[in-house]
Write a protein that binds this ligand. Structure first.
Ligand code: N01
Length: 541
């Protein structure tokens, strides 16, 4: 393996130990660890800068809903001590500054080739190396390919007739213009009311002359209760940061909440007690609401009591009863990802905001002047698609990835994404997926999951080098058992009860399979066990 001195002057080179795809939080830390191993490494990144999801999602109100003191790297004590967060939940600009700070602090940019899209990744069985082609030409080769492509990086743009006819501007929240968008004096339409729409709508309402929200499914949203982060609060965490991190990683989602899980069943308490619990958590803000009772994620009747409480809140917050009813979700709470909001429901009290229910009558077409649905044309100057992502697999499947015998990833995953541990795919040796389908990823604090995957991959590469192994490849058996396990765990919960992107149900034609694994601590234990047992479930050559 090349030494790091060589790695820092590699731009003309074409042979690498490892190629990393993506320079978001996963790619940055993978690069840092790879260098530590002395690997000669190149990162390819489509964007002109680092930050991944926080580079692209610049829509008004974009904000993380894991608290700032937890949504950051923990691999370097000095880094976590020196960085100051300003709010309970960080906004996109601050998180992007942090990603840039990390890139500068660890001198990462020199091994990142920006504005470069990886188009194909082919395995050569003779040389046991990958050949990687980008849109910049000059193919490179690498022993290892590490996909740090993110779970929510391929935007979902619905195929609505007439899109090219629209005379105004069209934007997607996941690919927001870097200079921002001026909505002043404009009539704006927003399609989509998931996490992105719910964050953007209150601000677009303030910035525009008129806002029409097109809602296909009403969503549950809990107040974020964002606020400035006090210096004392920050100092308290920093005084015991490693312990704080270690404790947090023991929670199923790899983050802690401000109020502990109440293990009682929602069905074992009377109405007053139940409401008191929900009310306290509603006031505290954040995901702590979903910890109100131990069985909200397991039992549909228990879950229904939480749904009823939120509907009551919506009816209190929204003055027009008809609009309030349209905003009331009738789905299972938390089955689609729970949203956190800042003034979302109150936005519908504004005189310049209208809600159009398209649950029964989808958008017919986009016209030169706006959106047509239900026999009416809504005149608009700009349309914002807050329609989400082809999650977890979209970006991987958009590349031409071919493993042994020319097997394409599209063929391999035609019945849904199969991986072992969300890290390896049979037929694709030495190719790792950071936070791939089958790992806890999107159900956790992403940065914690990313660090766990990067460390596992780096340790694996190091162990292979020490033992003289050239390739590692997940076995078919291990993959099949793992996919079964991921689905069995999900089937114990309310998650499969709705059409969420966790199941791929938001993308027409996508195979319905529950993609992420529930439960971070047992997963980490399993990954550690696999490594300790000589990478069982993988074949090493
Ligand atoms: O996307 P979504 P998102 N016509 O898929 C609607 C993370 N995130 O970008 O529910 C009309 O959740 C769709 O309707 P329906 C987070 O993990 C985190 O908002 O399919 N409507 C839905 O309302 C999140 O879960 C943060 O019926 C259409 C919306 O568009 C994930 O990203 C912030 C439609 C899409 O909602 C994705 O969130 C933002 C169509 N043809 C995002 N197609 C934080 O950390 C789709 N819709 C806070």
């Amino acid at each position: 393996m090349a030494d790091h001195a060589a790695a820092t002057s590699t731009l003309p080179s074409s042979n690498f130990d490892a190629v990393i795809v993506g320079a978001g939080f996963a790619g940055l830390y993978m690069l840092h660890r790879s260098r530590g191993l002395g690997l000669k490494v190149r990162v390819f990144e489509v964007g002109a800068g680092v930050g991944g999801t926080w580079y692209w999602n610049r829509y008004p109100g974009a904000r993380c809903d894991v608290e700032s003191m937890q949504y950051s790297y923990q691999f370097d004590e000095a880094l976590q001590q020196e960085w100051e967060w300003s709010e309970r939940y960080s906004g996109q600009p601050e998180i992007l500054s942090y990603a840039n700070h990390v890139a500068d602090r660890f001198n990462l940019r020199e091994d990142i080739q920006f504005e470069t899209r990886v188009e194909s990744v082919h395995f050569d069985e003779e040389t046991e190396r990958w050949s990687i082609c980008t849109d910049r030409g000059n193919p490179v080769s690498a022993q290892f390919v590490i996909m740090a492509t993110g779970c929510l990086s391929s935007t979902n743009m619905p195929d609505i007739p007439g899109m090219d006819l629209f005379a105004g501007d069209i934007h997607h929240t996941g690919q927001w213009p870097h200079g921002g968008v001026n909505f002043d004096g404009k009539r704006v339409g927003v399609i989509g009311t998931g996490s992105s729409g719910i964050q953007a709508i209150p601000l677009i309402a303030e910035q525009s002359e008129h806002l029409t929200v097109f809602q296909r499914t009403a969503q549950y949203a809990i107040p974020a209760a964002n606020r400035p982060l006090g210096a004392d609060e920050q100092a308290d965490v920093k005084a015991k940061y490693p312990e704080f991190r270690a404790e947090n990683s023991l929670y199923p989602n790899a983050f802690s909440l401000r109020m502990p899980l109440n293990e009682t069943s929602a069905l074992d308490v009377d109405d007053d007690e139940r409401d008191r619990e929900y009310e306290a958590r509603w006031r505290e803000g954040g995901f702590t609401f979903s910890w109100s009772f131990g069985d909200l994620g397991l039992d549909l009747d228990a879950n229904a009591t939480a749904g009823e409480f939120v509907r009551g809140k919506i009816r209190e917050l929204v003055r027009d009863p008809e609009t309030a009813e349209k905003l009331c979700p009738d789905t299972v709470l938390g089955c689609k990802r729970l949203c956190l909001d800042t003034g979302y429901f109150e936005t519908f009290n504004r005189p310049n905001v209208d809600l159009v229910d398209i649950s029964k009558q989808e958008i017919d077409r986009i016209t030169t002047n706006g959106i047509e649905t239900g026999g009416r044309e809504y005149k608009l100057d700009a349309i914002v698609f807050a329609t989400g992502f082809d999650a977890m697999t979209g970006t991987l499947l958009a590349m031409d990835i071919r493993g042994r015998d020319g097997l394409t990833l599209q063929e391999k995953w035609s019945a849904g994404p199969g991986t072992y541990l969300g890290l390896g795919i049979p037929g694709f040796p030495n190719l790792f997926t950071i936070s791939g389908p089958g790992s806890p990823s999107v159900l956790t604090n992403m940065i914690v999951s990313i660090e766990q995957h990067v460390d596992w991959i780096a340790d694996c590469i190091s162990a292979m080098s020490k033992r003289g192994h050239r390739t590692i490849e997940a076995t078919l058996d291990a993959e099949e058992n793992w996919v079964e396990h991921v689905n069995a765990v999900a089937n114990e919960t309310v998650y499969p009860a709705c059409n969420s992107w966790y199941l791929g149900a938001n993308i027409p034609g996508k195979t319905r399979v529950f993609m992420p694994l529930l439960g971070f601590p047992p997963y980490v234990e399993k990954c550690d066990e696999v490594a300790a047992n000589g990478y069982e479930g993988f074949t090493l050559t």
